[in-house]
Design a protein. Structure first.
Length: 289
């Protein structure tokens, strides 16, 4: 089925929102309408509609004139098998011993690899992003260095791919937490798909003050693949929750943000064991003295 777009720009948020509402009443009706500010300090707003049949060009011209917008640009988008497209883009990822893949690539899992099944629908935490990949690599390096099994916390777990990586190699208490209840549901679904239900406890929590996390501390390993601000805010709690000699693998950091986070954790008594840059992102592996 062909898809059509109709796009225009105009000045001012009120006018743009009013045009968007008027566009929704056009016949044939659009399947979706978007109103966005153009991020170039021009003061312009973009209004667009998506149609499954050719839109009424005369009606669009009347709307543009009525709201002082530029004439709509109408385009027909080529038909695309989006599922196949996503599958091509999200090829399997190797991170040391770990192999992150979608079900469509199940036959490609190398012998001896630790498989982590994450479907392409999970946008963040598939292993394709430099932050997740960096965390998996950091964990693999610790394992290569002889890190003994220890309790694990995956803070801000998302898909729980990091918690699952730990569950693949260790039979230890592992807790995956996230502030978003939907993420917790996704994590539980991924554990089930990987045959790891019961190996990881999934909880909705903000930071490390949840009773389950507090009761399970100290941890020998804490993953926190989140953002600079929360990482800095959690530094005292993460340092406190780590056992002596324990490691924290931190990511979600743009390269120029890593020094500030490093400085904060060093002030809490941690030292840098390793730092890896992948594209625009840095992953830190820190150890508690």
């Amino acid at each position: 089925m062909p898809t059509y777009t109709a796009l225009t720009t105009l000045e001012g948020k009120p006018a743009a929102e009013a045009l968007g509402e008027a566009l929704e009443r056009l016949e044939p009706a659009p399947t979706g309408v978007g109103v966005f500010e153009v991020e170039d300090d021009s003061g312009l707003w973009e209004v667009g509609g998506y149609f499954t049949e050719s839109p009424d060009e005369a009606g669009l011209a009347v709307l543009a004139a009525a709201f002082g917008a530029k004439p709509f640009t109408i385009s027909e988008l080529p038909e695309t098998d989006w599922v196949a497209h996503v599958r091509r883009e999200l090829a399997p990822v190797e991170a040391g011993r770990f192999y992150v893949y979608g079900s469509h690539d199940a036959e490609t899992v190398p012998e001896g690899a630790e498989p982590l099944l994450i479907e392409a629908a999970m946008a963040f935490g598939t292993g394709h992003h430099g932050t997740t990949l960096g965390c998996l690599r950091a964990f693999d390096r610790l394992l290569e260095g002889g890190l003994a099994p220890c309790p694990v916390a995956d803070v801000g777990c998302g898909t729980a791919v990091l918690a699952m990586a730990a569950a693949r190699v260790w039979d230890v208490p592992i807790i995956a937490s996230d502030i978003d209840p939907v993420a917790v549901e996704v994590a539980e679904a991924n554990l089930a798909a990987n045959g790891l239900t019961g190996n990881v406890s999934c909880i909705e929590a903000t930071g490390l003050d949840h009773p389950v996390l507090a009761g399970a501390a100290p941890f020998g390993l804490i993953f926190a693949n989140i953002l600079k601000g929360p990482l800095i805010g959690l530094a005292p709690d993460i340092a406190k929750a780590l056992a002596p000699g324990g490691h924290a693998i931190l990511s979600g950091l743009l390269n120029d943000q890593a020094p500030d986070v490093t400085e904060t954790y060093v002030a809490e008594g941690l030292t840098v064991a390793n730092a890896e840059t992948i594209g625009d992102w840095t992953t830190l592996c820190l150890q508690k003295s």
